[in-house]
Design a protein around this ligand. Structure first.
Ligand code: ZN
Ligand code: MN
Length: 489
């Protein structure tokens, strides 16, 4: 069997988070709203209604372009893309054809520690279509989404396996979320990915004479599986000396298969022409630079700084940075914690402090977030609360065993650690007399374990320590308990 190399490019649409739609004043916040309540003559395509460009959407589109290292064009324009869209009443979509806002750029993804660069062809501004709901013998249309600003990010055909494509899509989501310009929620449809997939005999460099566009994946796993399936299907055809046809295929998540939707039209079929109702967009360099100053620290730069400042592992950093709010939570908790234990207010952050905070966040905190399905914006736990817990642990106010329980209560209720400890009587027992009394009781009740330990069975000591902790409901100072046990047996 011959070897084949897949050639993959992605087209990712992200809805820009603006107050109003792309070319009218209707609210763009449509999710869950009653159908057809966010509409007006412009987005309904009424005769004579004129579009006006949304400046906020344009600025957000440029921010994405800058974050993706794109050449932001000084001159761009809107074009009409003609097509029968049952969910876009004008009969065309306002998009950009030959002169997009954002031209050539690139995005680096991280594949098991290696940097892999994917070219960006363009990122252009357009409008979303409405939503169709098929109900047996009828189709319902909701035009609340029609005209919501959409940015289409087109990659070069630079990816060669499904994992690269998935990582690329995840990184796009991460970046637009860091920028705060889109929710980029695949399940809610504010981020949608289409993949262009073809295969060529290994060793060939040119693009294959066809490509298949795969649509309808609404999870990252779905992107990976759909491309995987499509590669297999195309290789089978090429093995039989059949060239796959250029077409659009849908992804059926349940069957795990793609299916033919329509043979793919070419650009000329859309009869693109400049929209006569909209003036072209002209930006001078100073304006573009001023937007560049608004860019937040992006994931790659943050990762580099975290590596240098906190000396954390790449894996820890990757998880901490996945969401900007999570990364911010980490830094704030580290700062408060370091300050609380510092002798002078100018002392810096020690890597070990950062590591402790990271361990709690990546362990207990993430587990509870996932279990309770809490979004980061709804957290009751604050960075200062986590810092306080660590501080109280350091001071010996609570035992390590108790700390997890205290954390759970903080997470659930938003009450501070000191208050929880006081309310529930969880203070660590460090009083020597009190621990001694319990140790003596445990020794008396467990003579067999004592003699086993004396006979050289190390595990029996752990058992005895465990009994002391049980007697004190986890509140004994473990080190003290161990020392007393050794003294008394
Ligand atoms: Zn409208
Ligand atoms: Mn598009």
């Amino acid at each position: 069997m011959k070897q084949y190399e897949p050639v993959i490019g992605l087209e990712i649409h992200v809805e820009l988070k603006t107050k109003s739609k792309m070319f009218c004043r209707c609210s763009a916040v449509y999710f869950g709203e009653p159908p057809n309540t966010h509409t007006c003559p412009v987005c309904l395509g009424m005769p004579g209604a004129l579009p006006v460009t949304n400046k906020d959407a344009i600025e957000k589109a440029i921010l994405v372009g800058l974050a993706l290292n794109c050449k932001v064009n000084n001159f761009s324009k809107f074009d009409r893309k003609h097509y029968f869209y049952p969910d876009l009443p004008k009969g065309y979509q306002i998009s950009q054809y030959d002169l997009p806002i954002n031209g050539k750029g690139y995005l680096d993804i991280n594949i098991s520690g290696e940097k892999y660069r994917v070219g960006i062809t363009r990122a252009h501004q357009e409008e979303d279509a409405g939503k169709l709901t098929h109900t047996g013998d009828a189709t319902l249309v909701d035009l609340n989404r029609a005209g919501v600003p959409l940015l289409e990010i087109v990659s070069d055909p630079d990816m060669h396996n499904p994992v690269q494509a998935k990582l690329y899509a995840q990184k796009i989501q991460q970046i637009v979320r860091y920028l705060g310009v889109s929710d980029a929620d695949m399940e809610k449809g504010s981020m949608r990915a289409d993949a262009n997939v073809s295969v060529r005999p290994a060793g060939e460099n040119g693009l294959p004479p066809y490509k298949v566009e795969v649509k309808n994946m609404n999870t990252f796993k779905g992107i990976e599986r759909a491309i995987e399936y499509e590669i297999g299907r195309q290789i089978q055809l090429r093995e039989k000396d059949e060239m796959p046809v250029q077409e659009t295929r849908g992804w059926d998540e349940n069957k795990g298969k793609t299916f033919s939707q329509r043979t793919k039209e070419a650009a000329q079929d859309y009869r693109y022409f400049p929209d006569p109702d909209l003036p072209p967009l002209t930006f001078d360099d100073a304006y573009i630079q001023s937007l560049g100053k608004k860019l937040p620290e992006l994931p790659d730069a943050k990762a580099k700084r975290f590596r240098e400042t906190y000396k954390l592992s790449d894996k820890d950093i990757e998880t901490l940075l996945f969401d900007r709010m999570f990364a911010d939570f980490f830094e704030e908790a580290v700062q408060v914690y370091a300050r609380s234990k510092a002798d002078s207010p100018t002392s810096g952050v020690e890597p070990e402090d950062a590591k402790k905070v990271a361990n709690w966040m990546l362990g207990e905190m993430l587990r509870r977030i996932n279990e309770s399905n809490t979004s980061l914006s709804d957290l009751k736990l604050s960075p200062a609360m986590l810092a306080e817990l660590l501080y109280l642990l350091d001071k010996g106010e609570i035992s390590g065993a108790t700390a997890k329980g205290v954390f759970a209560k903080m997470f659930e209720t938003g009450t501070g650690a000191a208050q929880i400890i006081q309310q529930h009587g969880l203070s660590q027992i460090s009083n020597e007399g009190e621990i001694k009394r319990i140790v003596e009781k445990v020794i008396a009740a467990n003579q067999k374990a004592v003699s086993d330990y004396k006979a050289g069975k190390e595990a029996s000591l752990q058992f005895l320590i465990g009994m002391v902790m049980r007697e004190t409901k986890g509140k004994a100072n473990v080190e003290q308990a161990k020392k007393l046990l050794l003294d008394l047996i």
